[in-house]
Design a protein around this ligand. Structure first.
Ligand SMILES: [Zn+2]
Ligand SMILES: [Zn+2]
Length: 605
């Protein structure tokens, strides 16, 4: 039984819905609508159009209505194989289809614009009056699509063939399912995802902002976001120190030759700053003072330089260097998104230099740290993916023996620690096998977080060595390890998973003190001092708002504890405790509240 999405009934339903949508749009703009590509995607489908005017939400309703009529007419989907010339005749007025036909004829890209290795058979799928350039598959007839289980969602701009230099088209997104219940559930998940969107919550909770003046993809951390990030950093740094990692700090730039030695200059050039396409920047020829510097895209070469700064014996190993290292990578502006796709981000980047014999032990320790870290962050539902080499390919560096050993080390470590993992052949990097951690959030969405990679390549390129027990020179193995991956991505994940209601220990403000009237402000400030002294982050809301409004504001800020103080509390040296869930814990002596909060913070509850 195949589990490929492409072979599933849902894929056929969505693909067929895309055709019907294109048919409806063409009827809406007779002779004027130019159709581009319309593939099924995860959870739905889209189609790109070049139209004489912008589509409105009313248009989407009209298109949906027409699609239901097409479903009711139950037209069969008929496949027809054609020559490139026949295809050109059919689409003589459709410039986008003509370009796709050229690609199919040459075998260079398919009808969705994806690269091809060989010439495919060109085929049409025809339902009623609508003909599309298409390899299928489809449902047998339009009536097989459930009229109550699809919905058109929105219109977005999309460049033809994904290139900003091309014309911007209108892309209609839709979703389709087998049953109305599945559709309803999906719409709920979408709504919930909007509610949890880290870009929206990041603004509302005062965590970060992105200024077009500074530049897209360069997040600015606001005070509360910086507290959150610092809390994460301090948590991990302490854990690293306890586990024998050594902190290091390295600059944000480096000589271009460093990245030539590492090979990044050749394999990673397109992602480096400054971007190669920038007019007037010709790094290679601009060597007026003999030295050219670039922003670092990776921390590894810098850590390697630290390793190389002194000779090593086997007694020094494993050497574990750790840095919250900020890197810069050029991403197309159209691909930037909140904290997830950025041009500047900070990796909790560790590089472990080990002897081949130490690999397995070191891997167990690394995985143990990952498990500990994710648990503390409330990220319980995750799996690991072991990426092994493709035995048929010759693109890998390192001998068979060291590969076998490293792959076995990863799998043994994962098994011993009780990690749930999948094994994927061919997913290794060319320089070594790896272990990726994928977290599944409250909405069952997957987030790639940390990664552990074995590396035989860089020790070779940088000629790293240590003196073994035998007095001879040996090559160490490197492990690249990041638990969070990027702090930006981790914070985005935490925001969306917790819907902004972070565990107490991570909350930027842990307690909001709410004086009922002005005369209670002095006591509120006294409470604040006591909490601060106990290591609890607390603020006083001394605004002139009424108490209910202050409680509401603190709830919107997802502050875990609201401490209301009035005459009674002042008399009793107490606070009236409310939780952000709305639960009322009533009045508690201040010391008792401090004990409760400390317990939640220390236990990372
Ligand atoms: Zn199709
Ligand atoms: Zn690295």
């Amino acid at each position: 039984m195949s589990t490929r999405y492409e072979d599933s009934q849902l894929y056929k339903i969505r693909h067929s819905a895309a055709h019907m949508m294109a048919q409806a749009v063409m009827e809406m703009f007779p002779g004027e609508a130019k159709i581009a590509i319309g593939p099924p995607i995860e959870n739905g489908f889209y189609y790109d159009f070049d139209l004489p005017r912008s589509l409105t939400l009313e248009d989407l309703e009209a298109i949906e209505k027409r699609m239901r009529e097409i479903i009711a007419s139950d037209q069969p989907f008929v496949r027809k194989e054609v020559s490139a010339d026949e295809a050109r005749q059919q689409f003589v007025d459709q410039p986008y289809k003509l370009e796709l036909i050229d690609g199919l004829e040459k075998g260079s890209f398919d009808e969705y614009g994806n690269p091809l290795d060989e010439k495919p058979v060109i085929s049409f799928y025809i339902d009623g009056p609508f003909v599309d350039l298409c390899r299928g598959p489809h449902v047998e007839s339009t009536g097989k699509v459930n009229p109550d289980a699809f919905k058109l969602l929105n219109v977005a701009g999309a460049y033809w063939r994904g290139d900003e230099k091309n014309k911007q088209l209108q892309r209609i997104y839709g979703t389709a399912w087998e049953t109305a219940e599945e559709l309803e559930q999906h719409l709920w998940r979408l709504e919930e995802a909007r509610r949890r969107d880290h870009r929206k919550l990041g603004r509302e909770l005062g965590l970060f902002t992105i200024s077009q003046e500074v530049g897209p993809g360069l997040p600015l951390w606001l005070p509360k976001g910086a507290v959150l990030r610092d809390t994460l950093e301090r948590f991990l740094r302490q854990e690293q120190l306890d586990r024998g990692y050594l902190p290091v700090l390295t600059p944000h730039i480096g000589k271009i030759d460093l990245y030539k030695t590492s090979g990044h200059w050749y394999t990673f050039r397109d992602n480096m700053f400054p971007p190669s396409a920038e007019p007037g920047v010709d790094l290679e020829s601009d060597k007026s003072d003999g030295e050219v510097y670039i922003l670092k895209p990776m921390n590894c070469p810098h850590h390697i330089a630290i390793y190389k700064s002194e000779p090593h014996s086997y007694r020094d190993l494993p050497l574990r260097l750790a840095e919250f290292g900020t890197v810069y990578r050029f991403e197309q502006s159209g691909e930037l998104s909140g904290l997830l796709r950025v041009r500047s981000f900070t990796i909790d980047d560790s590089h472990l230099f080990v002897t081949p014999e130490q690999l397995e032990d070191e891997f167990i320790k690394v995985v143990d740290l990952v498990l500990y870290g994710f648990r503390a962050l409330g990220l319980e539902d995750f799996t690991a993916r072991v990426g092994l080499r493709d035995p048929a390919s010759s693109k890998y560096v390192g001998s068979d023996e060291v590969w076998e050993r490293a792959q076995a080390a990863i799998i043994n470590a994962a098994t011993k620690v009780g990690l749930s993992y999948t094994v994927e052949a061919g997913e290794a990097a060319f320089y070594g096998p790896k272990l990726d951690f994928i977290f599944r959030d409250a909405l069952e969405r997957q987030w790639q977080l940390g990664t552990v990679q074995v590396d035989y390549n860089l020790p070779e390129r940088f000629d790293l060595e240590y003196i073994g027990e035998d007095g001879q020179r040996h090559r160490p193995v490197m492990i690249h390890f990041a638990l969070f991956g990027s702090l930006e991505r981790m914070v985005a994940t935490l925001i969306e998973h917790h819907a902004g209601a972070f565990p107490v220990w991570l909350s930027p403000v842990q307690a909001q003190i709410i004086p009922i009237a002005d005369r209670h402000v002095a006591y509120a400030q006294e409470v604040q001092q006591k909490l601060k002294a106990a290591g609890i982050r607390a603020e006083v809301d001394s605004s002139s708002e009424r108490m209910q409004a202050k409680i509401r504001a603190a709830q919107l800020q997802k502050i875990p504890y609201m401490l209301v103080v009035g005459d009674k509390e002042r008399e009793a040296r107490a606070v009236a405790v409310r939780l952000r869930s709305g639960e009322d814990l009533k009045s508690k002596p201040l010391d008792e509240f401090i004990a409760i909060a400390r317990d939640a913070i220390e236990g990372k509850k």
